[in-house]
Design a protein. Structure first.
Lengths: 454, 454
């Protein structure tokens, strides 16, 4: 037999670990649905011209070809590398079928030809939510989307998360107020704060022509953080001592609007899921693209994973303009890989069956099948023993598959007995009790596989 | 804005139609789980050498490449075109983690570069179940797998199905008994019966060296069908008058075993889901590969779709031998496309929300959010109105999204009132009644979107 080896970067789970993945995904769906998000699913392929528009991602795109294909006989296609590009296309294509603001969630695999490493896969699940308007989008949805994601994450078998939030207007108003014209360029440097430190950032931005006092001011701004609205006073104090330009009205308005939005965001999220949000003015990721709130989310004790759930407010989902929205995306596979790899949680078993119905002898297999169907009629997942071996062997089989209960048909399967009367054994405790197939229920935690936190 | 056009062969649904697809898939999963099948999911890529082994499929394989890739820098990969190739690889790879017989279901997209036409997609869902042993597999599982699929199909919003079943031993014993050596060759001709008719089949097999009397005998066999075990007598009668070879013991034993298995199958399936199974001795598809039972399933009134659920018993899942099993596969997307296209069923709405909580004015948005959370705490999907427009406008918004109920906070949102007291309006009937956010429930059929049969 040819040796089979895993493909690096393309994770697969055992049936037991797949229970964890499937239940995590189902849990996310349930929270999204409770909040009125509709599910969509897009095809996994997009045309290459659409995919490659985001140039930094182009080198990671998997293209599709055909064995023995005639050249140029097919549209040039690639696998999507995120769920935003297909969502934007979907909204354009289906705009006349959608009611705006359109609230959608989408949980699908995406593909990136990155060099594989822990937590970086080539095939992985993302879970996205977005709310998209047609011409405009109320600001309160920036709070709501963060609340929904905070709740979705709180429902998962993971440690607490810390959602770091910032606001583009606040930062832009402040930067312009201290005399910085190339706000996006300065933000790209501030985004490297973790890597190159304050001195590195200072050197970079002054190289780009930012005055030393302005560089100090934006580094000071990046130090401000708070879990409530108290950051506002710190920003206003800093602003009062550092703003330098003459025509201050417009930056000041941006700053004020940004502060108000960020106060509403951090307080709104913490009211819904206490202890989750932090206004963190060093967050610069995506501020060149996002136009309002931005979000980055870290898993406590697992900050090395980087952000597990990011997003922000944008002015236009599609290239031609229009469709302003706000969205966040969870890197689901990365999260599940850590949950399983670090033993944070596991599934109670890998099979759905709560019960193995034993078979007394092959002549009485139909009796066992009837019992199984009576259990199934009440939602109890079960299976009939594949062999009529000695009961000890059948119990071993259940044990090996992780099935907690074995059902023994009444009186050794004697057809004179009422068919549903039998005995059921909890093979973990060894306890065996009389039971009726029309009324017996497994304990709630045993009915289906569940996720057990460490 | 660039014009967006659907890609032929890559279907996508509106949110409302996606409800149908998602609920069909969830319904299949639930039936599979009730019968003790564990879910697995495999990566969508396989190495090309593994995929292209099935030569007739090779020309339909989508290969993966990379923009700007160095030649030969990557493993040669393609997208899987069914769920059997990846399942076989998975069983080989994870065999030490699995308990045999291993009962698995798998519902994933597959890709085939076929010429698109109605019901033939390039990207589509399949739903497979298989039971696989390590060295052997009891024959009763051939009945069980068919029963599970019959139940899974009966639970879907589709017309009744007709499962046509046959048995390789029966056919092989009979063919050999009338002197046919190249059984597989003769079966390939009989498989064309619908296309070329009895005369065409007779001409083909006699061309291949089959005696005219033998050709007549196998055409006569192909005419036999029954919804119970009565076909057995017809086969035995035909056998008595047509068997010609001297050394009859082995073919006769094959025939007898095959008849017994087919009787058990057709009667077992019809006992579980009456009116489903037909022993149909003309079924030849896959008999060159399958070694016991074979199944083909047709949708009543939609026979033009071809078989919507096929499979059979095989001796060895993997190339090296071992892992005998039995499995069936549903072409899910083809089925859903017909359900939607022919108006057999539709979703009651496209959004999960049962309730839109109206907002009296922006100062009272928090009140509406609290009401929404009280409803969600009891599992009621809802959303808060995005705008505090006049109530008439908010009702219009709910109507446009298909949300059946609008909740009005008490006394125009007056904070002095108990927050959860309000009124709820069924916007379809116009009926408006006082309601308490901690106890009101929508009618069962309105709680979540449901599938409505035509």
């Amino acid at each position: 037999m040819a040796r089979v080896r895993p493909l690096s970067g393309f994770p697969e789970w055992t049936p037991t670990d797949r229970v964890v993945e499937a239940q995590v995904i189902e849990s996310l769906k349930e929270v999204f649905r409770l909040h009125g998000f509709a599910e969509i699913e897009t095809r996994v392929v997009e045309t290459l011209d659409r995919l490659a528009g985001k140039s930094e991602a182009a080198k990671e795109i998997y293209t599709l070809g055909r064995l023995n294909a005639e050249p140029d006989s097919e549209a040039k296609l690639g696998l999507h590398f995120d769920l935003t590009v297909p969502f934007a296309r979907y909204v354009e294509e289906f705009q006349n079928d959608l009611a705006f603001p359109f609230r959608r969630f989408q949980i699908q695999k995406v593909w990136r030809g990155e060099r594989p490493q822990e937590g970086r896969y080539r095939e992985f699940y993302q879970a996205d939510i977005d709310v998209v308007g047609r011409e405009n989008l109320p600001a309160h949805l920036e709070v709501e989307v963060a609340v929904v994601m905070a709740r979705a994450l709180a429902a998962l078998p993971i440690p607490a998360v810390s959602m770091h939030v910032n606001n583009r207007q606040l930062v832009e108003g402040f930067y312009r107020g201290v005399g910085i014209d190339d706000v996006a360029g300065a933000l790209r440097s501030v985004d490297k704060l973790d890597k190159i430190g304050p001195d590195g950032v200072r050197a970079e931005v002054t190289d780009k022509g930012v005055a030393a006092t302005a560089a100090d001011a934006i580094l000071e701004l990046a130090r401000i953080s708070a879990t409530d609205g108290s950051f506002a006073a710190a920003v206003e104090d800093l602003w009062a001592t550092t703003q330098t330009i003459d025509d201050i009205a417009e930056p000041e308005q941006l700053l004020k609007d940004g502060i108000a939005a960020l106060v509403a965001l951090v307080e709104g999220v913490n009211a819904a899921v206490p202890g989750t949000a932090v206004a963190d003015l060093r967050i610069a990721r995506g501020l060149d693209y996002y136009t309002g709130s931005v979000y980055e989310t870290f898993l406590e004790g697992h900050e090395d994973l980087g952000s597990i759930c990011s997003g922000g407010r944008y002015d236009s989902l599609v290239a031609g303009g229009g469709f302003p929205g706000v969205g966040m995306s969870i890197g689901v596979s990365r999260l599940i890989s850590r949950v399983l790899g670090a033993g944070l949680a596991h599934a109670s078993r890998g099979v759905p069956s709560a019960v193995l119905v034993a078979v007394t002898d092959e002549d009485h297999r139909a009796t066992s099948a009837v019992i199984a169907d009576r259990l199934r009629a009440r939602g109890i997942a079960c299976e009939v023993s594949p062999s009529a071996a000695k009961f000890g062997k059948q119990i071993q089989y259940a044990d090996k598959r992780g099935i907690p209960f074995v059902w023994f048909p009444g009186a050794g399967g004697d057809a004179d007995n009422a068919i549903g009367d039998g005995e059921v054994k909890d093979i973990r405790s060894g306890e065996q009790v009389p039971a009726d197939a029309d009324s017996w229920l497994p304990p709630e935690g045993d009915a289906r596989p569940i996720i057990v936190r460490a």
